[in-house]
Design a binder for this molecule. Structure first.
Ligand code: PLP
Length: 379
């Protein structure tokens, strides 16, 4: 059996994933050691509470945090963060959610931090109180939103957030002076590995990371890092307990896979990894940079946590739109997924090297070159 035979059997065709670890395009590729750990773990049974507590401790050690616990993706982590903020370790409240009668259930969020995944916070019954403007917000505005009904603050760390809002450390000072937690979503902010402790270092009580993006753990996994007491509240409000988050269970095999993936991820020479990606992306840029009407360059900054080949269509571009180009890349064989940025309108597309396998870099670069050139010729 091979992956190819499985999809042949189902009558679907494979994609080369040059767009990054996007869930709709099947995430990232676990390393062989991770798959081996999952297979090995299928041979033993354990008490899941013991496993989750021990695995959380291991992740805390590996990442340099006070405490950690495993969730079903970073999204699952957001659900559990909200439940923890509302119910803490009170069994009555834990089992009452998502009905929040008599429980403070408001999460204060800066308007510039609203994001496509933030409704996960509302799953266990929380409500948002939005503050500020889409472009900015002040500490006073956040303070003015605190009431008897406040359960905590939500903070996003992502290339997609507004950069001008209240910084995390100032939010933490405000929240803690009112005895409220700061719940942070840092799902995709890895690498750099230093971010594993950056937000907890700034005082966030719980920070959610994806296990299925650059860490290359099982696609369904994620983890929370944070303060000991808050990690314990999170664990109590999470599967396998019969709570609002029970549907988000993570199997022992996935837990073993995530542990191995984090071990490997934290052990890698980040500089060597970055130069390899940079070299690959330089190759892509070299193949297309002379095509008239485009700008192509390697970008490695806040928006792109590993080097990406970013392509812009200039005003004098005579070919198709970003979406038409990406569609063509994906529709015709060999099918290649590339990413178009929609913030707020399509204004660039990029190649992300994370998921490229042996031999695929050349295929992607050649196809992109051909599609771009045909795009001009065809108009
Ligand atoms: C990817 C992402 C998520 C979802 O993470 P999963 O691990 O796929 O559940 C949530 N928030 C942000 C900011 C993300 O980038």
């Amino acid at each position: 059996m091979s992956g190819q035979s499985i999809i042949d059997n189902l009558g679907i065709t494979k994609l080369i994933n040059a767009g990054g670890p996007n869930t709709k395009h099947s995430g990232s590729r676990p390393r062989p050691e991770t798959i081996r750990a999952m297979k090995a773990m299928s041979e033993v049974f354990v008490d899941m509470e013991e496993l989750l507590i021990a695995a959380g401790r291991r992740i805390a050690d590996l990442t340099g945090n006070e405490a950690a616990t495993i969730t079903s993706g970073a999204s699952g982590g957001l659900v559990v963060q909200a439940a923890a903020a509302m119910a803490k370790d009170d069994p009555e409240r834990i089992y009452q959610l998502p009905i929040t009668d008599g429980i403070p259930n408001e999460l204060i969020i800066q308007r510039g931090h609203r994001f496509i995944y933030d409704h996960l916070y509302l799953v266990p019954g929380a409500r948002f109180v939005e503050v500020g403007r889409p472009t900015d917000c002040t500490v006073d505005e956040l303070a003015g939103a605190i009431t008897q009904n406040t359960a905590g603050f939500v903070h996003l760390e992502s290339p997609f957030k507004e950069h001008l809002g209240v910084p995390l450390n100032e939010l933490v000072d405000l929240a803690h002076s009112h005895n409220l937690p700061v719940l942070a979503d840092g799902a995709s902010m890895l690498p750099p590995r230093e971010n594993l402790t950056k937000y907890t270092g700034q005082g966030a009580d719980l920070v959610s990371f994806s296990g299925g993006k650059a860490i290359r753990g099982p696609q369904s996994t994620g983890f929370l890092v944070g303060k000991k007491e808050w990690i314990e509240y999170a664990r109590l409000n999470n599967a396998p307990n019969p709570v609002a988050a029970r549907a988000q269970k993570v199997s022992k095999e996935e837990i073993a896979g995530l542990l191995t993936a984090i071990e490997l991820f934290t052990d890698i020479d980040e500089e060597a990894e970055t130069s390899k990606y940079r070299e690959q992306m330089n190759f892509v840029v070299d193949q297309i940079v002379e095509i008239p009407g485009i700008t192509a360059k390697v970008v490695h900054n806040y928006d792109h946590y590993i080097p990406h080949a970013v392509i812009r269509l200039n005003n004098d571009w005579a070919g198709h739109t970003y979406e038409e180009i990406a569609e063509k890349m994906k529709r015709t064989k060999p099918r290649v997924y590339i990413r178009v940025d929609h913030r707020p309108h399509p204004d660039r597309m990029w190649i992300d090297p994370l998921n490229l396998q042996e031999g695929e870099l050349e295929i992607v670069a050649n196809k992109l070159r051909t599609v771009l050139i045909e795009s001009i010729d065809g108009k």
